[in-house]
Ligand binder design. Structure first.
Ligand code: PMP
Length: 377
């Protein structure tokens, strides 16, 4: 770099006067995670849809054992983890790509397929990261209205125009907790133009027990333009380790493998992830706990006169009345002042609602007790 040229005087000097990010980057409102400390006694964090029962002991043991090997680069191809996933899920190992959380995979998909002038479609109350990832690539966002807080396939298809390159669909969706059936998902793929990638974000798939639901692996295998993303942050209880996987058509896996960092997933995360995946007892216990507690919580909150959106995930979206001192924002503050942290979903266009993660039994009881104070029958 030459230092003695002096300031530039051409029109280029205006552009070069200061370090500037690409157009649109500063319009991105950074993602705000669910608030609240996690470990203190009598504090309950129900704001980030983490696992109610923690993580599998086998996963934690594997994580600790991996701590003996932090000096060497871990396998950049994540071979052992991918093989474990492939064996248990019955999918093709070569079409799995692992990432630092499914967030990274969503970002990589955006980076691989979007540029300025392109657009994505997402639903009105869809997961916020899709829009952030699109904007970071200079792409625009088309919003498809939902029906009864549920993705509407016809509205998604109507939102598609010539600029659209990706449709992002969380199924089930965060924060609404609703899902569309396999038949609807297939209808969506069938009527989308073939050059549009359909990304099915199935972060909460393991919690769903609806018989007409599919996470989407078969759709990936039957099409060259469908990707399914999954995470270890929810039912596996490994949110802090940042681990996710995408199941892709070969050409999409190839794109992701070209643009991801060569060692994007850490050794301890992969070791813990593989052990977590093999511990089916833990997954089953967590699923059963979630279902029982979600049903109980929905019934209790309904009994207090609150409007609870039906959910197949590990959280409930609850509507609060437009009454002084009882609005969603009041309740958020009241619960936080008593050590229970839930999620404000105003950024999702749902100012009258709060999203409440299903916690351990004690946390759920405490939540109901506190809400009963605010909504006496
Ligand atoms: N998709 C959805 C729908 C989510 O709710 C979340 C987590 N809030 C993610 C993806 C990202 O999860 P992670 O990056 O931890 O895998």
């Amino acid at each position: 770099m030459q230092k003695d040229k002096g300031p530039m005087s051409s029109s280029a000097s205006r552009d070069r006067a200061r370090l500037t990010p690409r157009p649109g980057i500063l319009d991105i409102a950074p993602y705000v995670p669910g608030a609240g400390p996690s470990d203190a006694e009598n504090i309950h964090k129900l704001s980030a849809n983490e696992s109610a029962l923690g993580a599998s002991e086998a996963a934690i043991a594997a994580y600790r054992a991996a701590g003996d090997h932090v000096t060497i680069y871990a396998d950049g191809a994540a071979t052992a983890l991918r093989e474990t996933i492939a064996e248990i899920e019955g999918v093709d190992v070569s079409n799995i790509v692992c990432g630092a959380g499914s967030d990274e995979l969503l970002q990589l998909l955006a980076r691989g397929y979007l540029g300025p002038g392109d657009a994505i479609v997402q639903t009105a109350h869809g997961f916020l990261v899709y829009g952030l990832a699109a904007k970071a690539c200079g792409a625009d966002i088309r919003i498809a209205p939902e029906t009864h807080l549920t993705a509407d396939v016809d509205a998604i298809l109507d939102a598609v125009d010539a600029s659209v390159r990706i449709v992002f669909l969380a199924n089930p969706n965060n924060p609404t907790g609703t899902y569309i059936s396999e038949a609807e998902l297939r209808r969506l793929r069938e009527y989308l133009p073939p050059d549009i990638l359909l990304v099915i974000d199935a972060a909460y798939a393991e919690y769903v027990d609806a018989p007409d639901y599919t996470a989407g692996a078969a759709l990936v295998e039957e099409n060259d333009n469908v990707v399914m993303t999954r995470t270890f942050s929810k039912i596996f209880g490994l949110a802090s380790l940042r681990l996710g996987w995408a199941y892709c058509p070969p050409a999409v896996a190839d794109v992701l493998n070209r643009i991801r960092g060569p060692f994007n997933v850490s050794g301890p995360a992969m070791a813990a992830g593989a052990a977590a995946f093999r511990d089916r007892d833990f997954v089953e216990r967590n699923r059963a706990h979630n279902k029982a507690e979600r049903d109980w919580l929905a019934q209790q909150l309904g009994g207090l006169g609150l409007d609870v959106n039906p959910s197949v995930g590990n959280f409930l979206l609850v509507k609060f009345p437009d009454a002084p001192g009882r609005r969603a924002s009041d309740i958020l503050q009241f619960l936080a002042s008593r050590g229970v942290f839930v999620r404000d979903v105003e950024a999702y266009g749902l100012p009258d609602y709060l999203r409440i993660s299903i916690g351990e039994t004690q946390a759920n009881r405490r939540l109901v007790t506190l809400l009963a104070e605010m909504f006496p029958s």
